[in-house]
Design a binder for this molecule. Structure first.
Ligand SMILES: Nc1ncnc2c1ncn2[C@@H]1O[C@H](COP(=O)(O)OP(=O)(O)OP(=O)(O)O)[C@@H](O)[C@H]1O
Ligand SMILES: C[C@@](O)(CCOP(=O)(O)O)CC(=O)O
Length: 476
């Protein structure tokens, strides 16, 4: 039996929300240990692709494929629901495959069809229904640990509550990679050229399905994991987002050697002994509304906006520079680095300046706290000026409370902000537990801790006999 599995991570945009929409500013994005998996096997009906998402209700979709040497028609059946991201993935990735490998690549589909199964880590969805069903508290991290992997959401994809980890980008990237691998357009996703092809196709599909060209940081981190991200020129995709785009033109733009792709990926990781923790907030915000209001204000107040964007951009850069410097300090002298972390992890950051015999590591920790606090002040200013709740006052109170916990370095709202989620960066397991206690006891809003961590790995081909391969095959 031929079976292909590809996997891609979720994302947390730590700095660069809104600014990263401009090529001039960089985003700092971390991949997560929470991942999507796409499993492709032979199907049962010739010329038919069946896609299933077993965690959801009404989540089986059928597509009939008609291919000629030069064209490919994908017809979706009248299923109980449709799935724009899946359908767009199939339509355009198969067009690229037909162009690159030729019709024989599609013989597999002609003979047996394809059976595709998609699963996403529990952290992509709020899981409130399953936790309630099991009589477990949504506020406790230990309760979430009791959920079986890829558990049922008791919802449809239209009604499920998502946690902001970028399910559509991780799904798109894992499905694009799995199709390219399964149908012979790629044999691995390790080389820069192969990653670039997966990236370019996934960006196109994601933008097309979304109906607009966004910054693409979410697809970029699903492909490359944690990095500093500079977006691609939107014009690259704007002119090919047409339903009847021909395969040759599409392939020419999306090829890995097309130098018009001007996105930049500069890998970065959390410095050693830093841990990122995340929580889902029950309230939720509609990101497209936040973005359109902020951009409208920026157009109306260009001078004030540019000054704010530049100042915020410079503090965002400083945060990334501290991360890099701290990782180098660890590489140079891990003993001195560890001693500083040990001294800092039991004190609130406000007391770090009192630590005796301070070296470069402590200087960077103190400055990181100061510079990230400036980032938050500027986001609060952006909230006031635009009248958009990017870091709403309720979140400010909660984040300040997290910052008071000994060993906490950063507490902020990821991405577009609002009432969706928060993240903290801490220096020890004890700090993590104490922050989670603050969340559990918080009365302002319902906070549900996620289990995933920052993880720098991007898209991967998964061995079906590995632990995660077997876990998804059991479900599919
Ligand atoms: N497990 C899944 N199986 C199939 N499709 C999925 C799955 N999870 C997400 N999707 C697709 O992604 C869409 C959600 O995309 P949308 O852009 O609304 O969310 P998002 O911005 O990625 O959300 P979040 O960042 O909160 O995860 C769904 O409607 C569906 O098309
Ligand atoms: C506001 C924005 O810069 C980030 C949105 O991030 P998130 O989906 O809230 O994690 C939009 C974008 O970059 O596409």
């Amino acid at each position: 039996m031929t079976c292909t599995i590809a996997s891609a991570p979720g994302k947390v945009l730590v700095t660069g929300g809104y600014l990263v929409l401009d090529q001039q500013y960089l985003g700092l994005v971390f991949g997560t240990s929470a991942r999507f998996f796409t499993v492709i096997q032979n199907g049962e009906l010739p010329n038919t692709i069946t896609v299933r998402s077993p965690q959801f209700e009404q989540a089986t979709w059928h597509y009939e494929v008609q291919s000629t040497l030069s064209n490919l028609i994908i017809q979706s059946s009248a299923d109980a629901s449709s799935n724009k991201f899946v359908e767009t993935c199939l339509r355009y990735t198969l067009k690229v495959i037909l162009e690159k490998v030729g019709a024989p690549a599609l013989d597999k589909i002609a003979q047996h069809g394809l059976d595709i199964c998609i699963v996403g880590d529990n952290d992509f969805y709020s899981q409130r229904e399953e936790l309630n069903k099991l009589g477990l508290s949504v506020k406790s991290a230990t309760a979430r640990q009791q959920l079986v992997p890829f558990c049922k959401t008791h919802a449809t994809l239209a009604t499920v509550n998502k946690t902001g980890l970028g399910s559509s980008a991780a799904l798109t990237t894992s499905l694009v990679a799995a199709l390219l691998l399964h149908l012979g357009a790629l044999t691995s996703v390790e080389s820069p050229a192969n990653l670039a092809l997966v990236h370019n196709v996934a960006q196109f599909v994601h933008c097309y399905a979304q109906g607009k060209v966004g910054s693409g940081f979410d697809v970029s981190s699903a492909v490359y994991g944690s990095h500093r991200y500079k977006r691609f020129s939107p014009d690259l995709l704007n002119h090919i987002m047409k339903e009847d785009i021909d395969g040759a033109t599409l392939c020419k733009v999306l090829e890995s050697d097309n130098h018009a792709w001007d996105n930049q990926v500069d890998p970065v990781a959390l410095p050693p002994h830093f841990q990122m923790i995340l929580a889902d907030i029950d309230a939720g915000s509609h990101t497209p509304t936040l973005v359109s209001k902020v951009l409208k204000w920026r157009k109306e107040q260009p001078v004030e906006a540019d000054a704010l964007w530049q100042e915020l951009g410079s503090y965002n850069d400083k945060v990334a520079e501290h991360f890099r410097a701290l990782s180098s300090l660890h590489a140079q002298d891990h003993q001195a680095y560890l001693e500083t972390i040990s001294a800092a992890k039991d004190l609130p950051s406000s007391e770090w300046p009192t630590v005796q015999g301070a070296g470069a590591t402590l200087e960077h920790l103190i400055q990181l706290v100061a510079d990230f606090s400036k980032v938050r002040q500027l986001l609060q200013k952006m909230s006031t000026l635009t009248d958009v709740p990017i870091e709403p006052s309720e979140q400010t109170e909660l984040l300040d409370r997290c910052m008071a916990v000994p060993g906490t370095l950063m507490a902020g709202v990821p991405g577009a902000g609002g009432y969706d989620a928060i993240f903290c960066v801490v220096l020890s397991d004890q700090a993590k537990e104490r922050v989670q206690q603050v969340w559990e006891q918080w009365e302002g809003c319902n906070i549900s801790p996620l289990l995933c961590q920052a993880d720098s790995n991007g898209v991967t081909k998964v061995d079906p006999t590995s632990q995660s391969g077997v876990a998804c095959l059991n479900l599919c």
